[in-house]
Design a protein around this ligand. Sequence first.
Ligand SMILES: [Zn+2]
Length: 84
Amino acid sequence: MFILRNKQQLAKAIDNAKALHPKVRMIEFGEYQVTGSTGNVYTVLCYRAGGEKIVDCNCPSRVPCKHSAAALALHVHVAARRGH
Ligand SMILES: [Zn+2]
């Protein structure tokens, strides 16, 4: 899990995600299922808590992982379309 603090962090993670092409499926707004390079499926939650944007992936990585980035890219896209 990590807290999204700046756009640079987001842009870097999304670049990594693009290079790896993980598959992302939206379960509902804020909840995504991402298939990693080894075929493992991870669940990523994007939500706000205490004024912070939280991205929570259930993979073992402690740093912003590609699953989080891929889910976040879709989340930002959907949020923009919904007008949030
Ligand atoms: Zn992950």
